[in-house]
Structure formats: structure tokens, C-alpha cells
Write a protein that binds this ligand. Structure first.
Ligand code: CA
Length: 723
């Protein structure tokens, strides 16, 4: 088999067209078998995927990773058998494809017909030969770098594509949905998913879902509810997969009740809100999990947290605030709601329910039930009847103090009033990072075990001083608008509390039986931030971590059987696939904090190279900064601006965060500071202009603050007293 790309592209373009016409219409029964694309002596079939093929892939195509969670059921559990508990010791590096990025990598690669489709954080799609890593094509949607400002949590990100009908679908960080020819990488259509003209945009970080002839996509950015324009409301959009035409939209929270509701469910939802919630948007964005249930012809979405976070500000007087933090079932043909289950009524903590959802049928309380399972941020694991939304089981899967348990009669969590932070600022577990967030779990149906990447990262919650003293919250436009105290005053409150350190920050990989709630085993991760999961029928669970180590654990015991130091940061979930009889594993590895590396796709196979050569160690020495010439008052002013607009990405105290450590700026960067911060000189690299919120004087004060911090830490380094 050759993989001569130029010839393949020409042939595949026509095959892709033919495959499109063979798509199953949404209402037709699935065909007995997937349509035969004809002889294909030297090329893969380039993503001629339809509903029937995805539905049968779990059984018929063990070597494909055909949809985000491998199949529609999202098990992320592989039936390939070459890599098992014995052979895993021989797993080594097959190939590496550099992605040349320092931003975080989160994508799940799809592998269909020997081609891997994968994305980088700037929403660039790569088609790679899955056996060699050789690039077949690349599609750059050229996102508007200015919108990287509206990242929830430090820079751009993307979790992957969907493949269907000879097309690849990508939700871009600047909130477009784009269809690309799977064979050639050529753009076929490109639509803006913003529901109304805004002074700022939604973003997209999640992978689209394709099923029943439509592409489904939500949005991110509910941390940016506006103050001078309509804020961020959540919604799911469904587009015709062939034409890109909008079919319907389901909003997850009601808008201004003085205007007509977009659909009848919102009229009911509005009764659960108080005050003028629509002015700041309300939140509930559908930023991650969108799942199709072929058996019940239903799309399930997980909805995000409230915006702003505290209910006292968002909906004064209470209410459940539907449909925040919920799992909602909608009809793929019409967008009408079938049922909902709200995990966290009246969300007060950024407890999104956007996490990975798994579909299966299990025996529960003596009955066979069609279930949907989710471990959302709030720390409870839910088993829900996917026919009607009935709560069947709920148990805590991590340390939590905001609620005592879930009442199975009412289906509601029982909050602990001692953990109300409105009058008593305090640490809450889990914090806004959640007991489990976007990192996918996996489900081993034979062992009846769900494996969950969990974390214990508390947050100290405090209402803003302006609100507690005046009852008025002055939301800020075009920056984080959480409704919580931040910056220096937050640090002061924590320092003055009776627990300045807070609970230990740690992470665990856990195996649970969702029927009994029994924790079968738990492994403490060496670093608190660990990645998404892959499990296998041969009894292995694979997980990477933020220190760059990829490990394989025994599914029955949690014993670590193998590991590889990839010198990077692994948050993305691994996948496995087969090409020409060879089983591969692949995972995205991001830049490393301690070594000179950038992002890449790493593929492994049995008998591959056993280790990466150690890259050069990153020089952690602070360079000598320019002298500080500003007054203490100017530095203090810069401190406030810095923590409002810069700290989310560049780290508290300017000590570096998810991206560039500003204490290490070169002389050239210092000279260009205003051109970058106000002029947008680095926009294409993801550093947007802030000229709408900072004037020249304020930007200079930020610069003063960074120089002051750099000098303080440099002097401590030179004196040998650095922390
Ligand atoms: Ca959030």
C-alpha cells in the first residue's frame, strides 16, 4: 500500500461526493450494512462516514476512532487486543508530528480509514497518515486572534473535529462552524454561530457532533457576561451537514421576558429566575459534551454554569435558574426538549454539567435500564434513565463540602448551609475547576467500571466588596465577569482567613461501579492536573499528566504497569486505532514547563522507540529586568489592572501562568510593550489588543507593575532568597 498523497487526493474527492449522496436520511431505518465505496487498492476512503457506520463501528471497526468518544456511546473503551497487560511494556514511539504551539492541547484525534484528523489550539485541522504521521493536508481557518481574549482559562483551545459524509467539521475558536472536504482539506462552507450581533463574540472550544444529517455545536465564554451589551447565554445550534444552513437553535436560558421567547421551554424556565438576569446573559453555555443516542434518536447536551457565578448577583431572590448545570435531551429533527435533569439547581460555584456523557444499558435495581452517566464538576456521579431523565443513582466521587448528598426522591442535591460563602467567604470543594472537568472519563462495560480523572482543587469564594457593601454589582465589560472577588483583595481575604493554605491540591484516577457506588480503586496522581482517559478490553487504563508522563494502569487493581516521559504536558485523552494490522496509541502532548518542547502528536506502537531523548532543560533563571522607575502608587495601580485583565493567562503576581511569564520579557518586548498590549502586535499568536479596556496610561501602569515584580523576584534570585 502506498500513500502517495497527490494521487489520493484527486481520487478521494470524487469518492467523497458519491459517499455524500449515499447518506441515510434521518428518518429512514439504518441500512443493513454501510454502503460499499468500491475497490480502494491504494487509498483510504477518507471519511465516508454515516450514522449507520458510526453505529456499527463499535462492533465492526475496532481499529477506527470514528467519533469523539470513539462511537456514539462515548465509551472511550477499545476492543483492540494487541496491547495488553503483558505487551504494554513494549509500547514505544512510532512517530511524532510537531504542531508548533505553546498553547494547551486538548483534542481527541479521530482516525477513519487510516487517516488521522486532529486540531491544534488555533483551530487548525491536520489530516495525517495515521501509520506514519505524514501530513496529507492542513486547513487553517485563520481565526480572529483578537477573540482569544474571550478564553475562559488561558489561551485558545480546541477539542477536535467530527467526520461525516466525506467531510470534516470544526468549531473554531472565533465561533464559526466550518465544513472541510475530508479528502482535500478544501473549505466547503463556513458559518458564524453567534446568535445575534454582539460587540464581542462567543468562542468554541468543544468538538461538534454530527448525526442524523446535522452538525450540532454549542459555545463557550460564559465567564464573560457583558455589562454594556447582551451577555452570554448558552444555546445549541444545529446545521444541515450538507449545506451549513441553520436548522434550529435551543437556548438553555431565557432572555428578556419583555421580548418573545425563542421557544416555549423558555417561558417555563423564566419562572425559575429572578431579577434582571438577562442583562448579564445568565450563562449555561454548551461548551463541551454533545451526544447522539441512535437508539432513541435524541441529542443530549450538558449545560454550563451560571453567569455571573454567584446566584445572589445573578438571580437575587433565588430560583433554580433553568437550564443551568443540566443535562437536556432534545429532538434532533426539531430542537424541541424531551426532558431535562438539573445537577446543580441555582448554581453558585461554576458547577458546569458539560462533562463527558456515556450511554449504555445496565442492570439497576433489578431492571434493565437505558442509562446516561455523567461526572459533572459538582462532585456527584449521576446515572440517569435516558428515556425520561429520571435520576436512578447518584454518589459522591470526590471530596466535597458544598452539599451532603443527593436526595434520590427529589433528585436534588442537599446543600450544606455551612458552606454558603455569601456572608462567610471560604474554601469550597470542589472549586471552580470541578471534581472532574472536560477531561473525558472512560467506561468499561464488561467490568462495569467507570474510570474518572478527578481532582481536589478548592477555591476560596468571596462576593465582591462593592456588592456586599452596596448590593450593586458593577459588571465589567470585555473581561472576566465572574461576580467574585479577585486580585489583591481576594489574596488579602485568603491570608486573613483561618485557613490561608486551603485544602491540599491533588488529583486521583478512580475506578467506580456506577450501580453500587463502590470505589474499586483510586490512584493518587503525582501532579494534581491529569488528563483524559482511554481504557481497553485487555484491562488497561491510559492517562497522561501535566508533568508529561503517560501511564498505563491495570483496570482491575490500579497498579501502574507502564509509563513514558513525553517531556510535555498531557491533558488530552489518548486514543487507539489500527492500520495495516498494527495497533497504535496516539495522544497530544503540549509544551513543557521544565524542558524546551512545543506541542506535538505522539503515536505509539509495540516495538517502537522506548524513550524520548531528554530535550534541553528550560532556563528558569530570570533575566535582569529594566530598572524600576515608577512610584509605589503607580505600581499599585498597575497591580489592579494587571489582575483584572492579564493575570488570568499570565499568572497571579506576574509569575507566569498558562502562557508567557512576563518577568522574562526581552529588551525588545519591553520596548514593544504598548504596541503589543494596545496595538495588537502579537494578535496572530493569541495575544489580543486590550485597547478597549486600557488606555495608554493604564497600560503603562501594567508595565510598571510587571517591571516591579520582575525586579523583586530577580533581586531575590540574585540574593539566593527566591522561593
Ligand atoms: Ca465555567
Amino acid at each position: 500500500m502506498t500513500r502517495a498523497v497527490p494521487i489520493a487526493v484527486a481520487v478521494l474527492a470524487s469518492v467523497a461526493m458519491a459517499g455524500w449522496l449515499l447518506l441515510t436520511p434521518p428518518d429512514a431505518p439504518p441500512p443493513e450494512q454501510a454502503p460499499d465505496p468500491g475497490p480502494s487498492a491504494f487509498t483510504p476512503r477518507a471519511g465516508i462516514v454515516d450514522d449507520a457506520r458510526i453505529m456499527s463501528a463499535a462492533a465492526d471497526e475496532p481499529g477506527a476512532w470514528i467519533a469523539y468518544g470513539r462511537t456514539y456511546e462515548q465509551h472511550r473503551h477499545a476492543s483492540l487486543t494487541a496491547v495488553d497487560r503483558e505487551t504494554v511494556a513494549d509500547l514505544g514511539i512510532a512517530w511524532v508530528k510537531p504542531l508548533d504551539t505553546i498553547h494547551r492541547l486538548q483534542a481527541t484525534p479521530l482516525v477513519v480509514d487510516g487517516v488521522m484528523y486532529v486540531t491544534d489550539p488555533m483551530s487548525v485541522v491536520y489530516a495525517l497518515d495515521a501509520a506514519s504521521g505524514e501530513e496529507i493536508w492542513r486547513f487553517d481557518p485563520e481565526i480572529n486572534g483578537q477573540l482569544v481574549r474571550f478564553s475562559c482559562c488561558g489561551g485558545p483551545m480546541n477539542r477536535g473535529v467530527a467526520v461525516y459524509g466525506g467531510r470534516v467539521f470544526i468549531g473554531t475558536f472565533d465561533a464559526r462552524l466550518v465544513a472541510v472536504d475530508a479528502a482535500s482539506g478544501e473549505k466547503l462552507w463556513d458559518v458564524n454561530t453567534n446568535y445575534a450581533p454582539h460587540e464581542f463574540s462567543y468562542t468554541i472550544s468543544g468538538a461538534p457532533l454530527v448525526a442524523a444529517g446535522k452538525v450540532y455545536i454549542g459555545n463557550s465564554s460564559s465567564e464573560f457576561g457583558g455589562a454594556t451589551t447582551a451577555g452570554h447565554r448558552g444555546y445549541l445550534s444545529a446545521y444541515d451537514a450538507a449545506t451549513g444552513e441553520l436548522a434550529w437553535r435551543f437556548f438553555t436560558v431565557p432572555g428578556n421576558p419583555a421580548e418573545p421567547f425563542e421557544h416555549p421551554e423558555l417561558e417555563e424556565a423564566a419562572k425559575t429566575w429572578k431579577g434582571e438576569w438577562w442583562k448579564m446573559g445568565g450563562g449555561g453555555t454548551v461548551w463541551n459534551s454533545i451526544v447522539y443516542d441512535p437508539e432513541l434518536h435524541t441529542v443530549y447536551i450538558g449545560t454550563g454554569n451560571g453567569a455571573p457565578w454567584p446566584r445572589a448577583i445573578r438571580s437575587p431572590g433565588g430560583g433554580d435558574n433553568l437550564f443551568l448545570s443540566s443535562i437536556v435531551a432534545v429532538d434532533p429533527d426539531t430542537g424541541e426538549m424531551k426532558w431535562y435533569y438539573q445537577t446543580t439547581p441555582g448554581d453558585n460555584w461554576d458547577f458546569a454539567a458539560t462533562q463527558h456523557m456515556v450511554l449504555d444499558e445496565i442492570e439497576l435495581h433489578g431492571e434493565r435500564r437505558k442509562v446516561l452517566m455523567q461526572a459533572p464538576k459538582n462532585g456527584f456521579f449521576y446515572v440517569i434513565d435516558r428515556e425520561n431523565g429520571e435520576l436512578l443513582n447518584a454518589f459522591a466521587f470526590g471530596a466535597l463540602n458544598w452539599a451532603t448528598h443527593v436526595d434520590l426522591e427529589t433528585g436534588r442535591p442537599v446543600e450544606d448551609p455551612a458552606a454558603y460563602y455569601e456572608d462567610n467567604p471560604q474554601w469550597i470543594l470542589p472549586g471552580n475547576s470541578g471534581a472532574h472537568t472536560w477531561h473525558p472519563m472512560s467506561w468499561d462495560p464488561a467490568r462495569r467500571l467507570v474510570f474518572i480523572p478527578t481532582q481536589e482543587l478548592a477555591l476560596f469564594y468571596a462576593l465582591p466588596q462593592e456588592f456586599t457593601e452596596t448590593g450593586v454589582y458593577k459588571a465589567r465589560f470585555n473581561t472576566w465577569n465572574l461576580g467574585l472577588e479577585r486580585g489583591q483583595r481576594h489574596a488579602d481575604l485568603v491570608a486573613a482567613s483561618d485557613d490561608p493554605e486551603g485544602p491540599p491540591r491533588q488529583g486521583f484516577l478512580k475506578a467506580f461501579d456506577p450501580v453500587t457506588g463502590e470505589m474499586r480503586w483510586s490512584v493518587r496522581n503525582t501532579v494534581p492536573y491529569a488528563g483524559g482517559l482511554l481504557s481497553t478490553a485487555t484491562g488497561l487504563v491510559f492517562q497522561g499528566d501535566s508533568a508529561g508522563v503517560l501511564s498505563a494502569y491495570d483496570s482491575d487493581t490500579g497498579e501502574r504497569l507502564w509509563n513514558l516521559d513525553a517531556y510535555g504536558s498531557i491533558g488530552a485523552p489518548p486514543v487507539t486505532y489500527e492500520v495495516d494490522g498494527e495497533q497504535y496509541l496516539a495522544v497530544l502532548v503540549g509544551a513543557h514547563w521544565s524542558h524546551e518542547t512545543t506541542g506535538r502528536v505522539v503515536a505509539l506502537r509495540l516495538g517502537g522507540a522506548p524513550a524520548f531523548p531528554e530535550p534541553p532543560v528550560r532556563d528558569r533563571t530570570l533575566p535582569k529586568p529594566p530598572p524600576l522607575t515608577a512610584s509605589p502608587e503607580q505600581v499599585a495601580e498597575g497591580n489592579v489592572h494587571y489582575h483584572l485583565y492579564c493575570g488570568a493567562c499570565h499568572g497571579g503576581q506576574a509569575r507566569g501562568g498558562l502562557i508567557a511569564d512576563l518577568r522574562r520579557m526581552t529588551r525588545e518586548t519591553h520596548d514593544a510593550f504598548l504596541a503589543i498590549v494596545l496595538g495588537g502586535a502579537y494578535r496572530d499568536r493569541g495575544m489580543a489588543s486590550f485597547d478597549d479596556v486600557l488606555d495608554v496610561t493604564a497600560a503603562q501602569r501594567v508595565h510598571d507593575y510587571v517591571i516591579a515584580r520582575a525586579n523583586a523576584d530577580w533581586e531575590a534570585q540574585e540574593a539566593g532568597t527566591a522561593q
